[in-house]
Design a protein around this ligand. Sequence first.
Ligand SMILES: NC(=O)c1ccc[n+]([C@@H]2O[C@H](COP(=O)([O-])OP(=O)(O)OC[C@H]3O[C@@H](n4cnc5c(N)ncnc54)[C@H](O)[C@@H]3O)[C@@H](O)[C@H]2O)c1
Length: 416
Amino acid sequence: MSNFKLGIIGAGFISRFHAKAMQLVRGVELAGVYSPNSGPKLAALAAELGVGECTVYDSIAELCNNVDAVCIFSPNYTRVDTMGAVVDAVKAGAALKGIIIEKPLGRTVAEAQTLVDLAKEAGVPTAYFENQIHMKGIRAALAQLKPQQESMGPLSLARSSEEHCGPHEPWFWDPVRQGGGVLSDMGCHSIAVGWYVLTPYGKPVDFLKPISVSADTSLLKWGTREGRKNLMDRMGVDYAKSPAEDFATGIVTFENPETGQQSKAQFTNSWMYDKQGMRLFMDGMGPGYAFELNTLQTPLQVFVGDEAADAVADAETALEKSTATRGLLTVEPNEADLYGYVDEIEDAIRCFSAGHDAFLNFEYGLEITRLCQAAYMAAERGVTLDLRDAQVQKDLETYTSLIAQGRGREVLHVQQ
Ligand SMILES: NC(=O)c1ccc[n+]([C@@H]2O[C@H](COP(=O)([O-])OP(=O)(O)OC[C@H]3O[C@@H](n4cnc5c(N)ncnc54)[C@H](O)[C@@H]3O)[C@@H](O)[C@H]2O)c1
C-alpha cells in the first residue's frame, strides 16, 4: 500500500514539529509544502528526518492537487483565506481525503463557524488538531482509571494548565492577528483537555454540556515598563497601545445530561512562566481516585556548569520554549510524542483513509472556540456567564473581545 501523502500550508514552528512527529507514524509521508517563506527549509528537514520527498509548491491549488490531505499550519489571521483557497481547489477537482487545522479553529466564534461552513461546502472530512487530548499520558491515565470510573463514578474536578515564557513570533503577541493573548493561544488547549478528562469513559467528546464559564484575564509581566521594552525590542509590538493578557484562569462548569451531575474544569495559562521551559500540567479528581501529569518531570536531566557553558546546544533541543542553556536542564527526548502530535496525525490519517472525520473535527473546534470566547466575555463583563442563556449564545455569535479588537487597555492593567 502506498503512503498517505500529507501536504502542509505554512512552514514555521508547528510544521517542523509535525515533521518530527511523522517519523513515528507508519504509512505517511510529508509530500508537499506551500508557504510564502521557509518552504525549502521544511522540505530539507523532511529529507533529513526521512519523512518524505517534500515538493515545494507555488500555490495552495497545486499542493492540493498532489497530496491526499492538507494541513493548515499558517498563522491564525490567515485561516479563512487559506481555507477558502483549499475549498476552491477541491471544487476545481482536487481529490482531498481530509483537511487538518491547528488550534485555535478561529479567532472568534463567527470565524470558526465560517471554517465549519467552508468544510461542509467542500464535503471533505476534517480534523481539528488539539494535541493534548491525544497525549499518551492522558489516554493512559484514563484507561488506568476506567475501573474506578465504572465503580465509583466519573471525575468531577479537572485542572489543566499550559504555561511558558511567551511565543516565538511577533504575530502571536499581536492580539488582533492572533485573536487575543494567552487565553486564545493556549486556553483552547487547557479547556479542551479539561472537558475531555471529565467526560465519562467512552462517551462522545461533547457529551458533557458546558453550562457556565467564569474567567480572569490579566497582564502581569509584559505590561510593566521593563516588559514592554523587552517586547518592543524583541517582537516589535507595543503593549502600551494594544496589550493582550499574559495570564488567564477560569472555570468551566459542565453537566452530565444523563445524571445531572456537575463537574468543573479549571484552566490556567500564562506567557510568564519563567522556569526551565514549557510546562503542561493536568490533574483530575474522582471519588476515591486521582491522576496527575507534569511534563517537566522527566527521567532525563542534563547539567551544564558555568565552566562548560561557552559552547552550548540550542536550548530548544532540550525543551520547547526553554529559557536556559546551563545549570540543571530538563530534557524531553521526544516532545513530538509526549505532547500528542504523533497520535493526532495517526488518528487523522486512519480516519481520512476510512472516509470520515478525525476523532476531533471542525465542529468540535468550533465548540472550543465558543468556550474560549465565552471566557473572554465572562472576564470582560466580570460575571459568571450562563451558557444556557439564549441571549449569551446569541451575543457570542458576533463577539470579538476588546483585547482582540486591539482595545486591551480598557480591560488590562498597563503600568504608567
Ligand atoms: N498545537 C500546538 O501546541 C501548537 C503550537 C504552535 C503553534 N500552533 C498553531 O499552529 C499555527 C502556526 O503556528 P506556528 O507556531 O507554526 O507559526 P509560525 O509563525 O512559526 O509559522 C507560520 C508559517 O506560516 C507561513 N505563512 C504566513 N502567512 C501564510 C499564508 N498566508 N499562507 C501560508 N503560509 C503562511 C509563515 O511564513 C510561516 O512559515 C497557529 O495557528 C498556531 O496556533 C499550535
